[in-house]
Design a protein around this ligand. Structure first.
Ligand SMILES: Cc1ncc(COP(=O)(O)O)c(C=O)c1O
Ligand SMILES: [Zn+2]
Length: 442
C-alpha cells in the first residue's frame, strides 16, 4: 500500500481500502464492516501541504493547485473549469453594521463561491474532483439525487468528462436548475415527491441498471474537494477565521473542514476549528429544530438521534430542502464540538438581505447564499457573534440560480410618460430604506 499515492481508511474498523476501484466495487462501503464513512489518507509528508498553502506557486489556476493532496493519480484525468481559487473578500460594510448596532469590533470575510466559473456555486469543486476521479476510474455512467446545485455542477463537469449522469430532483426543484442540467445534455428526472423520495428513486435506478451513485454528503470525493476551502483561506489571508457561517442542507462543508484540520495537524497553521454556525431556511429547518430541542434538554443521552423529519417541506429555498436530514448525527456532533450553533433564518426576510448586499457591493446572491447572509444578522441579534470575532460567510451561490429571486430584487423602477415624471436620482436615497429593513428585522 505504501507505494500508492492515497488510500481510503475506514473510520469504524480501521480497514484500508486500496483505491477507488475497490471502493466502487464494494458499493462505496467498507468491505470489512460495511461502514460508508471513510477518510482519504495520503502517503505523503503533510509538510508539503504547508508549502502549497504558503506559496502561491505563481498564480493557482484551480483547485488542483492541491493535486498532491487530492485523490487522483494522473494529472491527465483532471477536469477543471478554474474552480476553487475564488476570493475571500473583506466586507467592511458588515463590520460597520456590527459596530454601529451592536458595538462589536469584528472582522468579516465573504467567500465568493458565486464566482466559481463552472456553475457558480460551491458545488463546483466537488464536481471537479468527482469528474476527475470518475474519469480516472473508467466510469461512464453516474447517478445523483440533488436539491439542485449539486445537480448542475455534476451535470456540467461530468459532461466535460464524457460521463452520462442521471439526475433526480424533487418536485419543487428550481426551474433554472432543471434547465441547466438539460442544457448540458444530461438526463433530469423530476420526481413526484420531496428530496427523500428523489433519493429513493435515484437509488432504485442505480440498482436497476447497476450504475454508480453519489455517496452524498460524506462521499470522500466531495469531502476531499471541499477541504481545500480551508487551504485557500490560509493561503489567502494566512488564518482561518474563528466563526464559519454556511447555509445547511446536508452539511458537507463542516465535515470537509474537519478533514482539512486533520491534515493540517502539527503544521502550526491552525489550532481550534472555527465555530460552525449552520443556517437553515425557516421553511425547512429540521436540524435546527433537533438542535434546539437538544439544547433545551441539555444534550441528553441519545440526542444526536433525536431530530424531526419533515415530508414535503414548503420553502422558498428548495436548494436547501433536506427534510429528512440523515447526516444530523454527524453535523450536530461537529457543531457541538466546535462550540457553534444550528439556527434558522426567516425566509420572508431573504430579499431584504440580498438587496442590502447588492446595494453595498454589487454582489447578487442566490437564495441559498442569502440564507447564510441572513444567518450572520441572526447571529448578531442572538449574541452568537462576539466582540473580536473573525467571521467567514460562505456565499454559496450567485443569483442566476433563481430568476424569481432576480425579479424580487427590483425596487427602483418607476413607469413614466415623460421627463416631467422623472425626479433627479441619487442612489443614497435607498441606503437608509434598505438598512432600515435590516435594523428593524427584530
Ligand atoms: C449555495 C448553497 N449553500 C449551501 C448548501 C448546503 O450544502 P450542504 O448540502 O453541504 O449542506 C447548498 C446545497 O445545495 C447550496 O447550494
Ligand atoms: Zn470498516
Amino acid at each position: 500500500m505504501s507505494n500508492r499515492k492515497f488510500f481510503l481508511h475506514c473510520t469504524q474498523c480501521d480497514y484500508d481500502i486500496q483505491d477507488f476501484k475497490e471502493w466502487f466495487q464494494h458499493n462505496q462501503k467498507c468491505p470489512k464492516c460495511g461502514n460508508a464513512f471513510v477518510e482519504v489518507k495520503y502517503n505523503r509528508d503533510y509538510k508539503e501541504l504547508k508549502k502549497l498553502i504558503a506559496s502561491n506557486n505563481g498564480d493557482p489556476k484551480n483547485v488542483f493547485h492541491y493535486f498532491d493532496f487530492l485523490p487522483i493519480n494522473n494529472p491527465e484525468n483532471i477536469i477543471s473549469r478554474g474552480e476553487g481559487v475564488i476570493p475571500l473578500e473583506n466586507w467592511t460594510f458588515l463590520e460597520d453594521f456590527a459596530k454601529g448596532k451592536y458595538n462589536l469590533d469584528i472582522k468579516v470575510h465573504a467567500y465568493r463561491n458565486d464566482l466559481n466559473p463552472g456553475t457558480g456555486t460551491f458545488k463546483d469543486v466537488a464536481a471537479a474532483i468527482a469528474a476527475s476521479v470518475l474519469k480516472e476510474n473508467g466510469i461512464k455512467e453516474y447517478v445523483i439525487a440533488s436539491t439542485g446545485n449539486i445537480a448542475n455542477a455534476y451535470a456540467h463537469y461530468l459532461a466535460e468528462a464524457g460521463i452520462s449522469i442521471a439526475v433526480f430532483v424533487p418536485n419543487d426543484a428550481l426551474k433554472a436548475n432543471e434547465a441547466e442540467v438539460n442544457s448540458y445534455g444530461q438526463k433530469l428526472f423530476r420526481v413526484n415527491g420531496d428530496y427523500a423520495v428523489a433519493k429513493k428513486v435515484a437509488a432504485d435506478y442505480a440498482k436497476k441498471y447497476n450504475i454508480l451513485m453519489s455517496g452524498g454528503n460524506i462521499d470522500p470525493m466531495r469531502v476531499e474537494a471541499k477541504k481545500t476551502m480551508v487551504f485557500e483561506w490560509l493561503r489567502q489571508i494566512g488564518e482561518v477565521p474563528n466563526v464559519y457561517i454556511q447555509a445547511l442542507s446536508g452539511g458537507t462543508g463542516p465535515i470537509a473542514i474537519e478533514k482539512a484540520y486533520k491534515e493540517l495537524e502539527g503544521l502550526g497553521l491552525v489550532d481550534k476549528m472555527p465555530k460552525f454556525i449552520m443556517v437553515q431556511p425557516s421553511g425547512c429547518a429540521p436540524m435546527t429544530h433537533g438542535w434546539d430541542k437538544a439544547k433545551e434538554e441539555e444534550f441528553p443521552e441519545g440526542w444526536l438521534h433525536d431530530y424531526p423529519i419533515y415530508e414535503n417541506p414548503v420553502t422558498k429555498v428548495p436548494t436547501l430542502a433536506t427534510g429528512k436530514p440523515g447526516t444530523y448525527p454527524i453535523i450536530a456532533d461537529l457543531v457541538k464540538r466546535s462550540g457553534g450553533e444550528i439556527i434558522e433564518f426567516d425566509e420572508d426576510k431573504l430579499i431584504d438581505v440580498a438587496r442590502v448586499v447588492a446595494f453595498e457591493n454589487t454582489v447578487r446572491m442566490g437564495p441559498a447564499a442569502a440564507i447564510s447572509m441572513g444567518g450572520f444578522f441572526e447571529s448578531l441579534h442572538k449574541g452568537i457573534i462576539k466582540n473580536g470575532d473573525k467571521v467567514l460567510i460562505n456565499v454559496g451561490e450567485g443569483i442566476r440560480r433563481s430568476p424569481d429571486f432576480v425579479e424580487e430584487m427590483m425596487y427602483t423602477t418607476e413607469n413614466v410618460d415623460s421627463v416631467d415624471d422623472c425626479e433627479r436620482f441619487d442612489r443614497e436615497q435607498y441606503r437608509k430604506q434598505l438598512w432600515d429593513k435590516i435594523e428593524n428585522m427584530y
